[in-house]
Design a protein around this ligand. Structure first.
Ligand code: ATP
Length: 343
């Protein structure tokens, strides 16, 4: 029922200069981005950065103070009913009803969506099969684990087979097994061609799962690109090395504090991850040589990929200092298509 309303000539999601203030607080402060059909996009930012506020506006649950948001080609403020037909919304927390089983819960929402008779029964069964809830059909919906509850929430969001899914922190609080399972379901939905915008704090997982990452900081988009481009966004050439020594790791930290071009990224159990401000192999070899000459008993020294978390924290530091050289809100703008004709 949703595909008919989807305007494929326009991006799946378009946000232009979106703003939302709560009193003096600018929760969303001029956010612009566009998401193509079939993309899986991670929405990343610190607590309070403006992710939920942006997503709630896209889900027609809140109005922007100014700016434009379109889902499936429809303005979320002017055509909320059309948007809701196209969109599956998975909030970061949701209520279940006491004394209502999983089946009754899904049946309630399927009826609210207008499904009738055999079609309703079939749709509920499809959703329960997909989310592996069939064995739990008779379980009281408020008596389930966090992972099972999240699957029910996803099932509810999928009942009307939406083409576009917005998921706010779906992996929060899930154990590793439940996270893997959720990731698998998201991958299947992506392979079906659905467009997915998903927020999370678990950057490494988002990097694996998403085609692009959208970074938001203090209500502004600071980067939109793939995970690789994110990890390349560094102000200076650098190499990360993981070093292990025999003996107290503190010795290595102490050594790093005075060594030229070397900074400690974090301590590990047997040593530290170090940032060497060079990509020159002679410098790397020279650093290892100096460690040994200075008496450190080095048992392991290997290069590491820059982690998304490091890149993000680094980028925020650069923004604060005004030295950020990556994609800022300004140069994300070219990804926005030209103004669209009124609907
Ligand atoms: P988190 O990762 O913690 O969920 P977030 O990036 O989703 O954070 P938002 O929930 O969008 O951030 O909040 C952005 C800012 O707006 C925060 O400072 C928050 O306190 C504020 N805010 C959000 N909703 C409201 C509201 N209804 N009234 C007042 N302030 C609000």
């Amino acid at each position: 029922m949703s595909a008919a309303e989807l305007d494929l000539s326009q991006p799946a999601i378009v946000v232009e200069d979106l703003r939302r203030s709560f009193g003096a607080l600018k929760a969303v402060d001029g956010v612009s981005f566009s998401i193509n059909h079939g993309s899986v996009v991670g929405f990343v930012g610190a607590n309070g950065a403006g992710k939920t506020t942006t997503m709630r506006i896209l889900a027609t649950l809140d109005h922007p103070s100014s700016g434009i948001a379109k889902v499936g080609g429809h303005n979320v403020v002017h055509y909320p009913a059309k948007v809701r037909r196209l969109l599956g919304w998975m909030p970061d927390s949701f209520g279940t009803y006491e004394h209502m089983t999983v089946l009754e819960y899904l049946d309630f929402y399927a009826r609210a969506l207008g499904y009738k008779g055999a079609e309703r029964v079939q749709r509920i069964q499809e959703v329960m099969d997909f989310t592996d809830l069939t064995p739990l059909a008779d379980r009281l919906s408020n008596k389930m684990s966090k992972g099972q509850t999240q699957r029910l929430c996803l099932g509810r969001a999928l009942l009307h087979d939406p083409q576009i899914l917005i998921m706010d922190e779906p992996a929060a609080g899930l154990d590793p097994k439940a996270r893997v399972e959720l990731k698998r379901l998201i991958r299947i939905l992506a392979d079906e061609g659905k467009t997915i915008l998903i927020s999370s704090h678990i950057l490494s997982e988002l990097g694996e799962m998403c085609d692009t990452l959208l970074f938001i900081d203090k209500g502004r988009i600071v980067h939109h690109g793939d995970a690789e481009s994110m990890t390349r966004t560094s102000a200076t050439p650098e190499t990360l090395v993981n070093v292990q020594i025999s003996g107290e790791p503190a010795k290595l930290i102490e050594w790093a504090l005075t060594a030229p071009l070397v900074k400690v990224v974090d301590e590990t159990k047997r040593g530290a991850r170090l940032r060497i401000e060079s990509t020159d192999e002679a410098v790397l070899a020279g650093t290892l040589k100096r460690m040994i000459i200075d008496g450190l008993l080095v048992t392991d020294f290997h290069r590491e990929e820059r982690r998304l978390e490091d890149a993000f924290i680094d980028m925020l530091g650069q923004i604060d200092k005004g030295s950020f050289k990556g994609e800022t809100a300004g140069n994300v703008t070219p990804q926005i298509p030209p103004p669209l004709p009124p609907q």
